[in-house]
Design a protein around this ligand. Structure first.
Ligand code: AMP
Length: 561
């Protein structure tokens, strides 16, 4: 189905999708209890309840434990996807079958089509695609449990993709060792540097992580290129063979060129310097990942950042049909052929009304409700989106944030969006110094009264040989600017009755956020989906940060309100 048809006949396609899902699943144990075998839309809306993960978890668990798929799904479940969201401290799992990966392939194809429509010449080039497959686990019933990207890389949709434009062979993407994969991705990408038109990763955090990795490994990579021999520690044999194949004989001219760029004091614009024909950088830079925009802009030096799509372990949603838009103006156009989408109004004071995809209104805030093919019916996503416009008849949504409140020490409610706004304003102040913000998280400290907000920042000098020396005046101003950017209620409570103390920034040693990630992974988080949390809740994670504090700065005045 082409884009015009999909975005024009939205209502008809959505009605057909719901009919198909209900026909398929009407006799599952879950749906039978509500709609008694019918596939009628009105009955579905009247009888099927809006649910959260904990409501459907027992059904999912039963299938994972070996009961037949038709407890929840008319078609057999073939895999469970591990989401970055948690329930009761554990990662959520979602049942799927091959259709999920066909939808992923459809979204990837649509992204490529949109890029080639808006840029010239990229179809002839290659993409450094930083895909990482992770180790799978097996559910008690014998079905694999994996991240969505791992599932996709193992699916027929990926294996039989119509064209291959990636610099890395499949063996590199499928290698379960994160460090070996990262090294080989970069090695293969650099070997084919002249052909590369795009550098891509699912999330901006992975791209920034790749550049940081390169800072430590470029000398070794250049040695491999010069000698034509892959480092001995690349022990995954199929990965090693595939990379050796690309490496060919030694190429000292190429190694010299790469070395010359990496040896320069500043890594500003390192991406186009290493890949001179790169036309865009592709990764999600909305939501939590917007914090990486300044870093990526530094490394990419005006090469366009393209935030391609919005998707989750529950369903794919849509694509950014205007790839040339600035990261802060990105919106995603929902594709009506993937799942049935409803929306709960989340505008302050008017929460609760449920509307169909075609009935959302520009400017309003909504939480999506998903009805997919594999057993989720009217499932609350927990994301908040704002309607920014329409592409033909298909609504476009700006990603606002995850629904939950993030910080609060008094009556005020500080959301992810508030934090990102405050942080963006503070980074404008920071930009005047020679420092870059590498990572951040926050904590609502109520151990002393009045409680106050603590932001942990990891900084880095723009010139890699420089030492990080935070300037007191700049950092205090950052604290003040952040406070000025927070909600009216925050500023009122802080200034008027002093029930919120001065906001604090704690500078942590370089590498602290890496340690935080390693800590979370040791606690069961998935490495390929790991995103630094906006706010720290676990006391052990806090200890990791606390042990690495180098300096502390406080806001020195009350914000205006
Ligand atoms: P997971 O199920 O682990 O893949 O995580 C899915 C969640 O990641 C979504 O519910 C969103 O909160 C977030 N996410 C996915 N795509 C985007 C995007 N394009 N922009 C912002 N957040 C996103």
């Amino acid at each position: 189905m082409e884009l015009l048809n999909l975005t024009t006949n939205v209502k008809q396609i959505q009605d057909d999708v719901l009919k198909e899902i209900l026909t398929l699943n009407a006799n599952t144990e879950y749906l039978r209890g509500y709609i008694h075998g019918s596939s009628d839309k009105e009955l579905f809306k009247k009888n099927v309840p809006v649910v959260s993960y904990d409501d459907v978890k027992p059904y999912i668990q039963r299938v994972a434990s070996g009961e037949p798929s038709n407890v929840i799904s008319g078609k057999p479940i073939t895999r469970f996807l591990l989401s970055s969201g948690t329930s009761g401290g554990k990662q959520k799992i979602f049942p799927v079958n091959n259709k999920f990966f066909e939808d992923m392939a459809f979204i990837y194809a649509l992204r490529s089509f949109l890029i080639s429509k808006h840029t010239e010449g990229d179809e002839k080039g290659k993409v450094v695609m930083l895909f990482f497959a992770r180790e799978q686990s097996i559910s008690p019933c014998g079905l694999p449990i994996s991240t969505s990207v791992t599932g996709y890389l193992l699916s027929d949709s990926f294996k039989n993709r119509p064209s291959n434009c990636f610099t890395s062979p499949d063996e590199v993407m499928l290698c379960p060792d994160l460090k070996q994969t990262m090294y080989c991705h970069l090695l293969c990408g650099l070997l084919q540097r002249g052909e590369v038109v795009a550098v891509a990763a699912s999330f901006a955090s992975s791209l920034v992580g790749a550049i940081t990795f390169l800072e430590s490994y470029w000398k070794e990579i250049c040695n491999n290129i010069r000698s034509g021999h892959v480092s001995e520690w690349i022990t995954d044999l199929s990965c090693r063979d595939a990379v050796t194949n690309i490496l060919g004989g030694g190429n000292s001219e190429l190694a010299d060129k790469i070395e010359e760029e990496c040896n320069k004091t500043s890594w500003k614009g390192i991406i186009p310097r290493l890949w001179p024909n790169v036309k865009f950088i592709q990764s999600i830079v909305t939501g939590q990942n917007s914090q990486y925009i300044p870093m990526l802009e530094f490394y990419s030096n005006k090469v366009h950042l393209f935030s391609p799509a919005y998707g989750s372990s529950e369903t794919m949603f849509g694509v950014n049909v205007n790839p040339l838009r600035k990261p802060e103006d990105v919106s995603y156009t929902f594709m009506p052929n993937i799942s049935y989408f409803e929306f709960i109004l989340a505008d302050k004071g008017n929460e609760g009304e449920i509307v169909d995809l075609v009935n959302v209104e520009i400017g309003s805030y909504y939480e999506p409700l998903i009805t997919n093919y594999y057993g989720l019916h009217r499932y609350r996503m927990g994301d908040i989106l704002q309607v920014s416009g329409f592409y033909n008849n298909a609504p476009q949504f700006r990603f606002v944030g995850r629904k939950k409140l993030v910080l609060s020490v008094n009556l005020e409610v500080t959301t992810e969006e508030d934090i990102l706004k405050a942080l963006n304003n503070a980074t404008l102040v920071l930009q005047r110094s020679n420092l870059l913000l590498m990572g951040f998280t926050s904590y609502a400290d109520i151990s002393t009264l009045p409680g106050h907000y603590i932001f942990y920042w990891e900084l880095k000098a723009k010139n890699i040989s420089d030492i990080v020396k935070p300037d007191n005046k700049v950092l205090v101003e950052c604290c003040c600017v952040m406070e000025e950017s927070l909600s009216a209620l925050y500023r009122e409570i802080r200034s008027k009755d002093g029930s919120i103390g001065p906001l604090e920034i704690r500078i942590v040693q370089q590498g602290t956020f890496n340690s935080l990630m390693e800590f979370s992974i040791s606690q069961g988080a998935s490495p390929s989906q790991y995103k630094t949390p906006m706010c720290i809740k676990s006391s052990e994670a806090l200890v990791v940060l606390h042990n690495n504090v180098l300096a502390r700065f406080f806001s020195d005045k009350s914000p205006p309100f």
